[in-house]
Design a protein around this ligand. Structure first.
Ligand code: UT7
Length: 337
């Protein structure tokens, strides 16, 4: 079997999402950010984002999405073998946010762990879950992308604060029992770009001190221009690799679901790849960049709006801190909510 391909057929058996109610339009962002609706809309495509109330953490957003995915899969929580939470804004550095989610949803028989791969985390977690189910080591794995990024943003930095939003999305990965299955993955990373997008302080590399807090190093920092260049290059390369491995062609793609970082990145990468705009899924206009939640949020919306039908070829594409990237190719398997 070629690397990146799967053994026993596996599929997404349930989908769910959750978004905090509070919506902040560009014009409602703090005046101290010295930004404008015009700049944000033209440079990113983002018009508004959701922000979780004070006291709400990533697991709090992940739990309702996880419950919805379980309901879509028609599974009792006891049937889940493993919960993986992909996040860049975990409840704590330790323990894993996934442990709290597993406990809250009643996944009493599940192991749990978090997965850190920047905004690519959801695709990485989907790959891990798919591999475990394909090998028979696990039967049903719950993958949750949950983010309260508003809590790790420097609200005095207009270069990052305007870009992100809070939200969550979850899927259940199970053995495929009919049409539609996950076909393969391409995963990659380049740690030489680790400092281009990071939270510098608070880990073992730079433990938190009064000085790091004063220097605001416990917040997300990004070299936007460099990450932009990386993203537009890597998307089409990774897409071609997974298509080649699965023996499929670009013109067979029915729906392209890229990570929602910037509309200009999505448009440039789709054009480079050769996917027509009407086959590209976006929601960053309403939610901003929700990191590990952006792909399951898009996927769920696509299904809810009737954009996906059984057998459709779907390409998921993540990219972000690490630097990391990840592509997943799948045949859609019908209604899963
Ligand atoms: O999800 C993880 C992956 N993340 C990404 O993929 C993000 C990738 N990067 C980007 O999307 C873009 O680089 C940004 C949206 C972050 C920035 O857009 P840009 O077109 O690359 O802008 P820039 O950083 O080159 O800045 C251009 C100008 C600068 O002013 P000067 O130096 O030309 O006077 C910035 O200070 O825009 C200014 N600027 C802003 N102005 C108003 C930067 N942010 C803002 C802002 N409002 N929010």
């Amino acid at each position: 079997m070629a690397p990146g391909m799967l053994g026993r057929p596996v599929t997404i058996s349930g989908l769910g999402t959750y978004l905090p109610a509070s919506e902040i339009a560009n014009a409602e962002l703090p005046a101290s950010l010295d930004t404008s609706d015009e700049w944000i809309t033209q440079r990113t495509g983002i018009r508004s984002r959701r922000v979780a109330p004070v006291g709400v953490s990533a697991s709090d957003l992940g739990v309702p999405a996880a419950r919805a995915a379980l309901s879509g899969a028609g599974l009792e929580p006891e049937k889940i073998d493993l919960v993986i939470c992909a996040t860049i804004s975990p409840d704590n550095l330790m323990p894993a946010t996934a442990a709290r989610i597993a406990h809250e949803v009643g996944a009493l028989n599940a192991g749990s762990c978090d997965l850190s791969a920047g905004c690519t985390g959801f695709v990485y977690a989907l790959a891990m879950a798919s591999g475990l189910v394909a090998s028979g080591l696990r039967e049903h794995v719950l993958v949750v992308g949950a983010e309260v990024i508003s809590r790790i943003l420097d609200w005095s930095d207009r270069g990052t604060a305007v870009l992100f939003g809070d939200g969550s999305g979850a899927v259940v990965v199970s053995p495929a029992d009919g049409a539609g299955r996950i076909l393969g993955f391409d995963l990659g990373s380049d740690g030489s770009g680790a400092d281009l997008l990071s939270i510098p302080a608070g880990g073992s590399r730079m433990p938190a001190t009064h000085e790091t807090v004063t220097a605001r190093q416990h917040y997300l920092h990004m070299n936007g221009r460099e990450v932009y260049r990386f993203a537009t290059r890597v998307i089409s390369e990774s897409a071609h690799r997974v298509l080649d491995r699965c023996g499929r062609a670009v013109d067979e793609i029915d729906l392209f679901v890229p990570h929602q970082a910037n509309l200009r990145i999505i448009e440039a990468a789709s054009a480079r790849l050769g996917v027509a705009p009407d086959r590209v899924c976006t929601n960053l206009q309403r939610y901003g960049n929700t990191s590990c939640a952006s792909i399951p949020l898009c996927l769920t919306e696509a299904e809810e709006s009737g954009r996906l039908k059984t057998g459709d070829l779907v390409l998921l594409m993540g990219f972000g801190a690490g630097l990391t990237w990840g592509a997943c190719l799948m045949e859609w398997s019908g209604s899963r909510r």
